[in-house]
Design a protein around this ligand. Structure first.
Ligand code: ZN
Length: 250
């Protein structure tokens, strides 16, 4: 795990070391793993393979979805925000069930999509997160990459990193990229981080089935909003490889 993050990370991902899930986790660890998803689909896109592998090892996996995802189709009449919020929650739960995570292990904070950065600056954000982490006591947290182009992703990283550092026993933090895969949005990398690929080939079929559950994001299910968001095949191909990229502080 010695590769350093640089600008070529997403241009030549195959140059990163390929690790197995056994390398990543201490199987004697009794603590659970927490997956933090800024929007209801990031958990499967970024970490679907890791989730399935961890569950196959019978490790406890909890998922926290930060925002309600209602900005994906802001003008839909058939799916106004309350209906879209429910739909996106159902999609996440269906995807996570395929990956081995039951609904009781999934928490939706339901913050307004696009407003996580505002929440980050609030008085209660860190305290709320700290209390959540204290109750769950995860030994490992998968977070959005700290410099993801999407502000909700960066704010989610900030909230959970700050709260984690205040815990008596800070968990291991692992970051996953989402929007840097898009060449148009990709930022520059000046951080000195370890980067590696996780081999998910044995569970890729499960990950593909999980991603297919997000019909509001990948299909014409919501067809009355010309400005509606769509995960195009070009975007999706970055998340359907037999490996996932992860980053970690040195
Ligand atoms: Zn997202």
């Amino acid at each position: 795990m010695t590769a350093i993050v640089n600008r070529s990370l997403f241009d030549e991902p195959e140059s990163l070391p390929l690790l197995s899930i056994q390398t990543l986790v201490n199987l004697d660890s009794s603590g659970c793993v927490l997956i933090v998803a800024p929007h209801p689909d990031d958990e499967a896109l970024g970490c679907g393979g890791a989730i399935a592998l961890l569950r196959q090892l019978d490790l406890s996996v909890n998922v926290l979805v930060v925002s309600d995802g209602t900005k994906s189709h802001p003008n839909s009449q058939t799916y106004p925000p309350p209906a879209l919020k429910k739909l996106r929650e159902r999609e996440s739960l269906a995807a996570l069930k395929i990956l081995g995570v039951e609904s009781k292990a999934v928490t939706f904070w339901g913050l307004p999509d696009g407003a996580v950065n505002t929440y980050k600056a609030s008085q209660e954000a860190i305290a709320h997160c700290y209390n959540f982490l204290t109750a769950l006591a995860p030994s490992m947290i998968f977070l959005p990459w700290r410099k993801d182009p999407h502000a909700d992703h960066r704010a989610s990283w900030q909230i959970f990193t700050t709260a984690s550092q205040r815990l008596p026993k800070p968990p291991q933090l692992i970051e996953y990229p989402i929007w840097d895969w898009d060449r148009q949005q990709r930022g520059s990398f000046t951080e000195s981080l370890k980067a590696w690929r996780l081999d998910i080939s044995s569970v890729l079929e499960l990950k593909l089935r999980a991603i297919a559950q997000y019909r509001s994001q990948i299909s014409d299910l919501i067809d009355d909003d010309p400005q509606g968001f769509r995960l195009t095949p070009q975007i999706l191909q970055n998340f359907t490889r037999p490996w996932e990229i992860y980053l970690q502080s040195q």
